[in-house]
Design a protein around this ligand. Sequence first.
Ligand code: NAD
Length: 248
Amino acid sequence: MSCAAMQEQNPIVEARSVLASARRILVLTGAGISAESGVPTFRGEGGYWRNKSYQELASPVTFKRDPRLVWDWYLMRRQTVNDCRPNAAHVALAKWTEIARWTRDVQLVTQNVDGLHESAGHPDVIRLHGSLWRNQCTRCGKEREEKSLNYGQLPVSPCCGALERPAIVWFGEAMPTKPMAMAYLTCLACDAVLVVGTSGIVMPAAEFVINAKKRGAIIIDVNPDDDAVPAHIKLRGQAATLVPAILA
Ligand code: NAD
């Protein structure tokens, strides 16, 4: 079926049929999939905290100047996410992936740092931007899981006794090599991409979709708002309603 014909059909039915016949599927999620769990997207909340933009807060320069400020922002975000639960979209994706993987390659790549895919029981998550729930030693780079919601004294690493930072990829920093390579290989090989809750302008994730499309993959996009995702099938609505409907 041509892409133009697809647009004229019921997009949920079309999305289902594309995913049913695809052998290799990339699922790419962004902040929007967690919005209905209560985790704000940056764009949604205006992108400011204590009069600082999120670009300024998520920055190695700001951390060097004022680690307490940056840690307080991340602790506030940990507290927010700690009160949130995976929604129907996270749960449906986790269950569907578990079953689909018996016969097909399905790989989830997320830009999210909240850990809600993992809480939903997702079998395998590639995290492009790190995790809210991990600390990293500023001296040797070693990471550890850390769930504290408050720090009287800023955390120091057990390995080097050096200040720890959130294990998150900040603006201007290199992307982590292994997740990037795995995500890139998936986007080169896939024949369908399901994009959920991302604006399509955050690099490099946006590029994965463009590359997959150039190589012939069908792109399905779930978002209540207009976005920059170059999709063949656009489903305009909330993730927690549409994702379970597509994967039913
Ligand atoms: P983004 O560029 O991925 O934009 C979020 C998108 O979600 C928007 O296009 C919005 O229209 C859409 N959306 C909103 N509600 C939705 C819903 N109910 N269902 C489906 N889509 C919905 O992300 P951002 O907020 O600009 O954040 C940029 C980066 O910051 C992310 O890539 C991530 O690394 C980080 N971040 C992570 C989280 C998280 O882990 N939950 C939250 C905020 C920001």
